[in-house]
Design a protein around this ligand. Structure first.
Ligand code: HEM
Length: 182
């Protein structure tokens, strides 16, 4: 997974908890590079999962909770760092239905070695939006955090229903977003 995801995670933990706690987490998770991630590097996503597990053990927050919170944080950072991808997006359905057709393809142009997840989009696009997430990384919680933050960004009242529809738990998740149900 792209290093920028790791560097953002480390920044979030340092800011929300402390640099000392982040050091402890890195020491316990013992990634091969000792925690020296660079934004453009490429790393095994299991290293991120290990760090989240260690953070969970030290904060009492569950792993899914921490990954969702990280997704929300990441959305804010994407907004700051890649504002051009947000321009012209007038609501969350517009933005979320563009992930597959515009946003992640732009990410691949910036980082040719990036491997973003796949989203299949359905629903009427007016009252409901269906987003089917597929990834062997099982980061549905990250997707949920990003989606929640996107809805909050546009200040909309939209409820999210989540169903695991895979044989291998976590690899295919359907999010159904419905207006007026938050
Ligand atoms: C709200 C909309 C978005 C959603 C729901 C979303 C979802 C995700 C998820 C779940 C992943 C984790 C990888 C996986 O599960 O396999 C991911 C990866 C990534 N996303 Fe997005 N994303 C969104 C918007 C963005 C934006 C605006 C950017 C702008 C830079 C971006 C850049 C990336 C990058 C760089 C990766 C890492 C890819 C890799 O490691 O190879 N995403 N995205």
């Amino acid at each position: 997974m792209k290093g920028m995801v790791f560097t953002e995670f480390i920044d979030m933990v340092e800011a929300r908890y402390s640099p000392e706690l982040m050091d402890e987490v890195i020491e316990a998770a013992a990634p091969p590079n000792g925690g020296a991630y660079t934004a453009v590097g490429q790393y095994d996503h299991h290293e991120l999962v290990k760090m989240v597990v260690e953070l969970s053990a030290r904060t009492g927050k569950t792993v899914p909770e921490l990954v969702r919170t990280f997704g929300e944080y990441l959305f804010g950072r994407f907004h700051q760092g890649y504002g051009h991808l947000f321009s012209g997006m007038n609501d969350s359905f517009h933005m979320l239905s563009s992930i597959e057709s515009i946003i992640h393809p732009e990410v691949r142009k910036l980082y040719p070695d990036a491997r973003p997840p796949r989203f299949d989009i359905g629903g009427d696009g007016i009252n409901t939006l269906e987003m089917t997430y597929r990834s062997d990384r099982h980061f549905g919680d990250l997707a949920e955090g990003l989606i929640t933050a996107c809805i909050a960004h546009f200040n909309e009242n939209i409820g999210i229903r989540r169903e695991d529809i895979s044989d291998a738990p976590g690899s295919v998740i359907r999010f159904t977003l419905t207006r007026g149900t938050a």
